[in-house]
Design a protein around this ligand. Structure first.
Ligand SMILES: NC(=O)c1ccc[n+]([C@@H]2O[C@H](COP(=O)([O-])OP(=O)(O)OC[C@H]3O[C@@H](n4cnc5c(N)ncnc54)[C@H](O)[C@@H]3O)[C@@H](O)[C@H]2O)c1
Length: 425
């Protein structure tokens, strides 16, 4: 049975929720977007996103002006609710699901018979089943699929998001999608809902399988990055170029090693593997080790930079890149930012930070003496040590002649032989 869903409500209007809401609205569906941040809601009402995502503002302007997307801070009745709120880890690396719990509590009063609830946030295994228990406690007048499978009043499913920021609008439509129902009826209802725009392949499964598969995707990336990062330490000890060694190893038809870097950042890959480890610590030594290898890499790079700086009396260090990956302005969990903070805290030298994608340094760095945001030209002109931490395109064309007499620490292999070029100059 396909239920008509006249109004969809998206709870949490961030990197995932806002493009999703706008995309549903762009298909002529009435969407109520809900966020607890009043300033985000105000911006959306004015037809603009509160973060940078190519083409999103143009879609928002259209759907807000046409009335298909309406933003508010308090949930209203709808036929489907999509939950896309943050799911970070706490300092002790346990999952912080307080936003999911709060979002469920906020929709409970307006839920009615026939509604569908879909969780999109990345969550530990069992979260969707817990959501059913929470909603039942709050609404004992309604039945949910865990205790009334294939016959419940409210349908409940989990459908993880895989979008790549910067390509969100295209990937929302094209990516394969998994619909994990607490029962089959819920999975089918979720698939029918997203069929409004999702054009990629789809799979129906159970909620726990969908939950775990999302965590596994990011743990897979983390473990593979950790292997490359561990190799970078091995090559450093042997005095060998890790990119050259990996290039040779990848000539093998069944070997495909990733490139090492300054660590692993962003708000997904460094976080989600802990959701698996927290549940099964004794069975996941590899996942934990990978997290530790990747978390320790920035300290190793900072040590290399400090070592290079110690050769100069009053070192000036050009820090190239702060973002967590090339060509974005996103600093969340960025290993480069962590390295800059280490160097600043240890007063390793004067830091000239070059990050072409931001206009200001984070306040804690900006407040430090001897730490400035600089242009690439200024930093290269004055630096004794050049630390390449992010492979931004803007750094690809560095004139090797400018490196004469400087020490270079290249954590990302931006230019093959950059360190050697500086040493030889
Ligand atoms: N950003 C990505 O690329 C990406 C990709 C895949 C999965 N995810 C997952 O999707 C989820 C959301 O991520 P995001 O990047 O969109 O986060 P975000 O921080 O950009 O946005 C979340 C929004 O939810 C709002 N919010 C918090 N609690 C709320 C509540 N109780 N009611 C209403 N709104 C509330 C916040 O104010 C914020 O605007 C996370 O679980 C994340 O791991 C993100």
């Amino acid at each position: 049975m396909t239920l008509a869903r006249k109004t969809i409500s998206v709870i949490g209007l961030g990197y995932v929720g806002l493009p999703t809401a706008a995309t549903f609205a762009s298909r002529g569906i009435a969407v109520v977007g809900v966020d607890i941040r009043e300033e985000a809601v105000a911006r959306i009402r004015a037809g603009a996103a509160h973060f940078i995502e190519p083409d999103l503002d143009a879609v928002l302007r259209r759907v807000v002006a046409s009335g298909h997307l309406r933003a508010t801070t308090v949930p209203e009745p709808a036929e489907a609710f999509l939950i896309a709120v943050p799911t970070p880890i706490r300092h002790d690396r346990t999952a912080d699901l307080s936003a999911v719990t709060a979002a469920l509590a906020s929709i409970a009063p307006v839920l009615k018979r026939g509604d569908l609830v879909v969780i999109e946030s990345t969550c530990p295994v069992g979260t969707t089943a817990k959501a059913a228990r929470q909603l039942r406690d709050l609404r004992p007048d309604l039945s949910f699929p865990d205790t009334a499978p294939e016959a419940s009043d409210v349908l409940l499913a989990y459908s993880p998001e895989r979008i790549l920021p910067g390509q969100t609008l295209r990937e929302l439509v094209d990516n394969p999608r998994t619909y994990g129902g607490l029962d089959h009826r819920s999975a089918v209802a979720a698939r029918d809902l997203y069929a409004a725009f999702a054009a990629g392949p789809s799979r129906l499964t159970s909620a726990p399988e969908a939950e775990l598969s999302k965590l596994v995707e990011n743990a897979y990336r983390d473990v593979n990055c950790a292997f490359a990062n561990e190799l970078s330490l091995v090559c450093d000890a042997f005095g060998l170029d890790v990119w050259s060694v990996i290039g040779l190893a990848n000539l093998h038809p069944r070997v495909d090693i990733l490139s090492p870097g300054a660590g692993v950042g962003g708000h997904c890959i460094p976080v989600d593997p802990w959701f698996i480890h927290e549940a099964l610590p004794d069975r996941t030594p590899l996942i934990r080790a990978a997290r530790e290898v990747n978390d320790n890499k920035p300290l190793f790079v900072a040590g290399r930079i400090a070592e290079a700086a110690s050769r100069f009396a009053a070192p000036v260090i050009a820090v190239l890149g702060l973002a967590y990956k090339p060509n974005v302005d996103d600093l969340r969990e960025s290993p480069a930012l962590r390295i800059a903070r280490e160097l600043a805290a240890d007063e390793t030298g004067r830091l000239m930070i070059v990050e072409p994608h931001v206009r200001h340094l984070p306040p804690d760095l900006a407040a430090r003496d001897g730490v400035t945001l600089a242009s690439l030209d200024e930093a290269l002109a004055q630096a004794d040590v050049v630390a390449v931490l992010v492979g931004h395109d803007a750094f690809r064309s560095i004139d090797r002649a400018l490196l004469a007499g400087k020490a270079v620490v290249d954590a990302v292999g931006l230019t093959p032989g950059l360190e050697a070029a500086a040493a030889a100059a």
